[in-house]
Design a protein around this ligand. Structure first.
Ligand SMILES: [Zn+2]
Length: 67
């Protein structure tokens, strides 16, 4: 009898860093891991990284609207 790796099945692919993480939030139907969510909220609006995150999230928003 095989034992499934439950940790693996509980992980989801983060849309920002594209890594499989076990914990995070869902924005629309997409998964954002906690470390990326923290980065987004702690990033200054004038930081170039901020627009990178915003563009990623905008793209998601756009995709889910089409679907
Ligand atoms: Zn992430």
């Amino acid at each position: 009898m095989e034992v499934e790796n439950l940790e693996n099945t509980l992980q989801e692919k983060c849309v920002i860093c594209e890594e499989n993480k076990a914990s995070g939030i869902h924005i629309y139907h997409c998964f954002v891991c906690f470390s990326c969510e923290r980065k987004i909220v702690s990033t200054d609006v004038n930081d170039p990284n901020y627009s990178f995150y915003v563009e990623k999230l905008k793209a998601l928003n756009h995709m889910t609207k089409i679907v």
